[in-house]
Design a protein around this ligand. Sequence first.
Ligand SMILES: Nc1ncnc2c1ncn2[C@@H]1O[C@H](COP(=O)(O)OP(=O)(O)O)[C@@H](O)[C@H]1O
Ligand SMILES: [Mg+2]
Length: 335
Amino acid sequence: MSPGPHAVLAEGLEKRYGEKRALDGFDLTVARGTVHGLLGPNGAGKTTVVRILSTLVRLDGGRAEVAGIDVAGRPREVRRRIGLTGQYAAVDEITTARQNLVMFGRLFHLGKKAAECRAAELLEQFALTDAADKGVKEFSGGMRRRLDLATSMILAPQVLFLDEPTTGLDPRGRNEVWEAVRSLVAGGTTVLLTTQYLDEADKLADRIAVIERGRTIADDTPAALKQQIGGDRIEVVVQEAADLPAALRVVARVTGAEPDSDPEARRVAAPVTDRVAALTEVVRTLQDEKIPVEDIGLRRPTLDEVFLRITGRRAEDGTGDAGPAERTREAGRAA
Ligand SMILES: Nc1ncnc2c1ncn2[C@@H]1O[C@H](COP(=O)(O)OP(=O)(O)O)[C@@H](O)[C@H]1O
Ligand SMILES: [Mg+2]
């Protein structure tokens, strides 16, 4: 049973639900000890990938290995090596955090002492020691999600699947979960993390695979993905909406590129190669033409722009986030 060089290997995965092709030739390679982001809009196939890799659903085509073991051929061996945290917390609300962890430990056939020991370790690791003996119903969203993470770490899995671990959390909860994920990775666990949040993938992942319509459309480091759309951009916000066309002409002339304009934000933006020269020239020309400027600057492209460029449309039809209705549907499917 050779462990193989990769924590996850997926080749040409196919999954159909009736007529619907949820996965349509999905490829992915995750190196051991890394965090790989799987980034895509709602319905792209992220949960389906996680379900196949964690042996919860059967694949219709292609090949998948986790920890060097064939998922279709030896699912029980795969299950012994993985942890899974779904989109919604599975913890019991009535009991305390500690009781939850001990109970799951016993479910996983740990003895009483071993289960208690493991619970204490995990409470410490996920910064829940102070809240250990409080009822879970008093927990914030971030604390619950951390308890959920702790639960999936009881058997110290080699590979952990996190399916949208921060969807629905407030910024503080998201930060807490990010910290928890970082501590897991520091301990050597390989993580495959699905997300609709570009900043989340950017912050946590060593590499990011972009999935759309069941297919991998990009797979690279966050920095390389950003480079795909060129270097820095210059952005000009004019004071008067009426000046927007004039500003657009100036920026086009100086950069030699075709600027994007956002009339609502009174903003014009374009890629630049020679940063400082372009900025200086744009500032001077705008002054010469007496166009009042509210803001002007250079900035690096965001992953949002990368995603837009790669997919040709904005994640989530312009909002980049799932609405409550979307989340509820997800919850139903993920359950
Ligand atoms: N159990 C199912 N039955 C029918 N269609 C499904 C089922 N699960 C997922 N799908 C469909 O497959 C596609 C991919 O879904 P999913 O993997 O949940 O995407 P994501 O997690 O990226 O939002 C979607 O179009 C979804 O509607
Ligand atoms: Mg999903």
